[in-house]
Ligand binder design. Structure first.
Ligand SMILES: C[S@@+](CC[C@H](N)C(=O)[O-])C[C@H]1O[C@@H](n2cnc3c(N)ncnc32)[C@H](O)[C@@H]1O
Length: 305
């Protein structure tokens, strides 16, 4: 288990850990909002990151979301590859690569070499086994590491990309600085993520759900632009891809229904799972997405020469 345990004041279970990260703490006087720069120290941030990674490695989350853990699926990954103008001569880095599905697709489709990095050991080992089944295995590699402190030397990649992950990083400025550091001059950066178009995340969607759905630390387009410009990126391009979010919510709802049926037939043990509450949260998320307050975007930019 990645989370620190009760001795450090954090629950072991990643769901509880992420829920807890949003509760007001004694002495702070305010709610702990790590993703919005709330009063959370370095040790707390490490716990929150570890819990977030641990959560994505959970079989239930993979089962509900599938292997491609982002809205828009592999179709949007391919679109991002085109925005980045990937070629066989490129060495690309996928930050927060999950189980390697996107890295494998881009290497296969564009012929580039791809290195994937993620904080969850289980996902990295899944990515390595998936790569070992590919004929293009020699151009793929996966490493354990933190997006806010990448284990690679400066200027070692032509392209850096990340899908549905920057929104989950507590220190976005550090992660974007790291992207700039590992990119060559003139190298390209691309990412897809949830974007807040207006208002705040509704109260009922906060807690662990907002981490699973990548909305916990979502920024506006302008905020992202500012963070990337400060780190030395220009040539900003953006595309809205609203359908993926609704499709993902629909997929999760269908899988929850399947789970309910399987539970009713006593094929799976549903003890401890509150499916009614899960469906209520999904309905609320659906209404929120339909209201247009949140959207999914693909972005690209160039590191200034
Ligand atoms: C929504 S999933 C996206 C996974 C993958 N990019 C995809 O689209 O299939 C978010 C990923 O971020 C990883 N993650 C969270 N915090 C991280 C960090 N600080 N450094 C590296 N990976 C991190 C999680 O382990 C998880 O695999």
């Amino acid at each position: 288990m990645l989370c620190g345990g009760l001795s450090s004041g954090w629950p072991d279970d990643p769901f509880l850990c992420l829920q807890y990260s949003r509760l007001p703490r004694t002495g702070t006087g305010t709610a702990a909002r790590p993703d919005r720069g709330g009063p959370v120290n370095q040790q707390d941030q490490s716990h929150i990151k570890a819990c977030c990674a641990d959560l994505y490695a959970r079989p239930a989350v993979s089962w509900l979301l599938g292997d491609s853990l982002h809205p828009g699926g592999l179709r949007l990954t391919e679109r991002l590859g085109r925005m980045l103008e990937l070629t066989p001569s490129h060495r690309a880095l996928d930050i927060a690569c999950g189980s390697g599905t996107s890295a494998i697709l881009l290497a296969r489709q564009f012929g580039c070499a791809v290195v994937g990095v993620d904080l969850a050991p289980l996902l990295i080992s899944r990515a390595r086994s998936a790569a070992s089944r590919e004929r293009i295995e020699r151009v793929l590699s996966f490493a354990l590491g933190d997006g806010e402190a990448l284990p690679f030397s400066a200027g070692s990649f032509d392209v850096v990309f990340s899908e549905c992950a920057i929104s989950t990083f507590p220190d976005k400025i550090a992660s974007v600085r790291e992207m700039a550091r590992v990119l060559k001059r003139g190298g390209r950066l691309g990412f897809t993520d949830i974007v807040l178009t207006h208002g705040e995340i509704p109260e009922e969607l906060q807690g662990w759900f907002s981490h699973v759905a990548c909305i916990a630390g979502a920024c506006s387009v302008e905020q992202y632009q500012e963070i990337f410009a400060t780190a030395g990126f220009s040539g900003w391009r953006e595309e809205a891809h609203p359908k993926g979010l609704l499709q993902m919510l629909r997929q999760v709802r269908l899988r929850l229904l399947a789970l309910e049926v399987a539970g009713g037939l006593q094929k799976v043990d549903l003890s401890g799972l509150d499916l009614t509450a899960a469906k209520r949260v999904l309905d609320q998320a659906n209404d929120w997405v339909q209201s247009g307050a949140v959207n999914y975007f693909a972005f690209s930019a160039v590191k200034e020469a």
